[in-house]
Design a protein around this ligand. Structure first.
Ligand code: HEC
Ligand code: HEC
Length: 284
């Protein structure tokens, strides 16, 4: 294990020691690291190929989660309930999703493959969860669902499951481009009491251990969410997972569907372009 990595691991265990060693990590001071070379993107080398990372993952966790998912993923219940919700009339206009998107909302097959995407009215990135709440509010006269509530996750998961097996094809062209760039900057920005960035773990140290976890490679970070997580004992969204890592980084967590989290979601989903949607996932 290299010296830098052992320093990183010590930092995770002893956050108080961080201020002392920040200068060593990445061999520059925290302040300089945040905005280097004008582009604001710190140049980091990928620790290892995705294939090598996968080997390590299998060695570390075996096929534990895959086996559990085979025995039944608790998130499957949300998909069933999401289907019922898609046919349920709610709101002042007397409509259900099915009124416009067909029985069981089946016309939305494939729709999830293009999310998140630029939306002109929003002047920003529209996520699938936000689109569903926008339809509830504007098309149905219903109350938007609280993010991470059972019904909100169930509807999102159901609509996304209609695209299972289909390749992700998110666009970052035209008006989407600046939001993708902002997402990338957010991913590489060092901040919080520990002066970490997402990329330092998920690019530079992916495949190495932090505490009892293997740090994941950011390829395939978006294709299996919403996902059932054993640690939560619950199904949650990709943005909840972002916020979990932000908490570990001692960063102030942006609200669900805030601009920063939507841009990050676009950035990470674009990395998965061509990969097949497979919800619900299951993770430790
Ligand atoms: C009164 C008609 C209507 C109802 C009811 C409705 N929608 Fe929509 N939906 C639309 C329209 C119109 C669009 C096109 C984009 C827009 O204007 O928001 C759309 C877009 C979408 C999209 C994006 C499709 C794409 O390919 O980009 C999704 C996903 C979606 N709706 C989900 C839902 C869900 C889930 C519900 C039920 C909670 C629902 N909608 C209820 C009219 C409706
Ligand atoms: C200190 C290292 C560290 C930092 C910094 C960090 N993460 Fe993580 N992250 C982890 C670990 C460890 C996991 C658990 C991997 C697993 O579930 O297999 C994880 C998991 C994730 C996952 C889920 C991966 C999956 O396969 O489902 C996502 C998405 C994610 N992180 C995004 C982020 C984002 C966005 C940031 C920056 C805001 C960030 N992480 C910062 C260590 C880190």
């Amino acid at each position: 294990m290299s010296k830098k990595i052992s320093i990183l691991l010590k930092m995770l265990v002893f956050p108080a020691a961080v201020m002392l060693v920040t200068g060593t990590l990445g061999s520059m001071t925290g302040a300089q690291a945040a905005t280097q070379s004008g582009s604001k993107i710190e140049q980091l080398t990928q620790s290892m190929s995705y294939a090598e990372y996968q080997k390590r993952y299998e060695k570390y966790y075996g096929n534990f989660t895959a086996q559990m998912a085979e025995n039944g993923n608790p998130a499957d219940f949300l998909i069933d309930d999401g289907k019922d919700l898609a046919n349920k009339v709610v709101g002042s206009k007397g409509k259900s999703c099915a009124s416009c998107h067909g029985k069981d909302a089946l016309k939305l097959k494939g729709a999830a493959t293009t999310f998140p995407k630029y939306n002109a009215k929003l002047k920003g990135v529209m996520t699938l969860a936000l689109q569903i709440n926008t339809c509830l509010k504007n098309q149905m006269g219903a109350k938007p669902l609280k993010y991470e509530s059972y019904d909100q996750l169930a509807l999102t998961l159901y609509v996304k499951s209609l695209s299972n097996g289909m390749p992700i094809q998110v666009s970052i062209d035209g008006p989407a481009k600046p939001f993708y760039e902002k997402g990338k900057i957010a991913y590489y920005k060092r901040h919080g009491q520990l002066n970490f960035s997402c990329a330092i773990c998920h690019v530079k140290y992916a495949g190495y251990k932090a505490r009892s976890n293997l740090i994941s490679n950011n390829k395939h970070h978006a294709d299996h969410w919403p996902c059932y997580r054993l640690k939560w004992g619950k199904t949650g969204s990709l943005q909840r997972r972002f916020r979990g890592c932000m908490k570990n980084m001692r960063v102030k967590k942006p609200p669900f569907q805030s601009e920063e989290l939507r841009n990050l979601e676009l950035y990470l989903t674009y990395i998965d372009n061509g990969d097949r949607i497979q919800v619900p996932g299951m993770r430790m």
